[in-house]
Ligand binder design. Structure first.
Ligand code: HEC
Ligand code: HEC
Length: 366
């Protein structure tokens, strides 16, 4: 099945690679390590912050400090794009919890997709079964690699990435450091990037501290929001567990526009969501429940970025979603008071954590 444009874009950038970044080796000491290495040392693997359970933070034996350093360079390196301007981090921005603050993503040559980049946080989660808003990838490796291998994108895709990286002479030694020899191939590229992603852990939020017994960690409004979240508003029917997601698909009516009378009702969704993957009409307009960690950092919301603020999200739930033929049964009017709406918004703000923050490497192998 052909992935949506937005999903394809990230990998188009990997498909047709631009002139490699050749240049003079910059200063370091004449015989010592180059500047990019001195500025980006191998770092120990992170200690999981409070609230990030063993499940979420199990990096596995394949995540090593050397792979993470290599993967970090690859994640931020715009030379892997056809216009030399786009990297994974262009859409998965560290400042936005590895999501973005635009309604939909913009890829190479300014082309816009139709979905927003979801956050990549606590993503090592080995029981996280599916990836993408519609769940069409079933492992992080597949997520990183699969679209590159799409038959419609193939041919130069693998070759393009590999040729670009091989022509940057500085990269070889870090593939050797991470994998034992200098061979560069897309499997290794994906594995290194996944290793970096797996270290982006978010925890120690006010909510985590409160949950661990820190009585003062949530103020009164946030505590009321917490009770509503797990009680009257039943947000935890779908946003559950340490990452606040069931990794399942639900229809809230986001993106629904009533089609003209007589038209196929499924045309009311410009993006069919999960139905496109399963072929099951019952999944029309259903999207994967996103994590709510660091949610305040990534407005606007939902798969299409159509809901501007957290308050607007809560009001959407309060109205019982947007009526359409496939609305999930769990989504019903909540009859919240104005104070309760405020409290839920305040509680969502208490899910901002730490541990994932990063800045671009600044210097890259050349
Ligand atoms: C042009 C913007 C853009 C770029 C560049 C980009 N992504 Fe994405 N990413 C997206 C969008 C949009 C989605 C959601 C696509 C969908 O659901 O169909 C996504 C989804 C993902 C997901 C799944 C998250 C989840 O919760 O399901 C991961 C992981 C991911 N991208 C990693 C990467 C990596 C690694 C790179 C670099 C190789 C990258 N992305 C480059 C926009 C981008
Ligand atoms: C029936 C399952 C379900 C319930 C109940 C539910 N959610 Fe969601 N939530 C989702 C799904 C699915 C999405 C993504 C929908 C989309 O993009 O079309 C979502 C998206 C969100 C987002 C946007 C996140 C982002 O990254 O864009 C927020 C915030 C949110 N929900 C908060 C809540 C709150 C607060 C409640 C309780 C009032 C709640 N949810 C109840 C399933 C649910």
């Amino acid at each position: 099945m052909r992935p949506s444009l937005s999903a394809t874009l990230p990998f188009l950038l990997l498909a047709a690679c631009s002139a490699p970044g050749k240049g003079a080796v910059p200063a370091g000491t004449p015989s010592g390590p180059p500047a990019w290495e001195l500025e980006n040392p191998v770092r120990p693997l992170p200690t999981p912050p409070l609230g990030v359970t063993a499940e979420l933070s199990d990096l596995g034996a394949r995540v090593t400090p050397a792979k993470v350093r290599l993967g970090r360079w690859l994640f931020y390196d715009p030379r892997l794009s056809s216009d030399g301007k786009v990297s994974c981090a262009s859409c998965h921005k560290p400042s936005a919890g590895f999501s973005e603050t635009e309604p939909v993503s913009t890829g190479v040559d300014g082309k816009k997709g139709n979905r927003k980049a979801p956050p990549v946080l606590n993503a090592a989660f080995p029981i996280y079964p599916v990836w993408f808003w519609d769940g069409r990838a079933s492992s992080l490796e597949e997520q990183a690699k699969g679209p590159m291998q799409n038959p419609l994108e193939m041919g130069m895709t693998h070759a393009g990435i590999e040729a670009t990286l091989r022509s940057i002479s500085g990269y070889g030694r870090y593939f050797a450091e991470a994998f034992g020899d200098e061979r560069i191939d897309v499997d290794r590229v994906a594995e290194a990037i996944v290793a970096y992603e797996a270290t982006r852990l978010s925890g120690n939020s006010a909510y985590d501290r409160w949950d661990a017994g820190g009585a003062g960690a949530l103020d009164e409004k946030q505590q009321l929001g917490r009770r509503l979240f797990f009680g009257k508003a039943a947000c935890n029917e779908c946003h559950l567990g340490a990452n606040f997601t069931d990794s399942r698909f639900h229809n809230l009516g986001v993106g629904w526009r009533k089609p003209p009378p007589g038209a196929d009702p499924s045309r009311g969704f410009a993006d069919p969501g999960r139905a496109k993957v399963t072929g099951n009409p019952a999944d029309t307009g259903a999207f994967k429940t996103p994590t709510l960690r660091d949610v305040s950092r990534r407005a606007p919301y939902m798969h299409d970025g159509s809901v501007a603020t957290l308050r607007d999200v809560v009001l959407l739930y309060d109205r019982g979603g947007v009526a359409n033929p496939w609305l999930s049964a769990e989504v019903k009017p909540l009859h919240l008071t104005a104070d309760q709406v405020d409290a839920l918004v305040a509680f969502l703000g208490a899910l901002d954590g730490e541990g994932f923050q990063d800045v671009p490497p600044g210097t890259f192998p050349r």
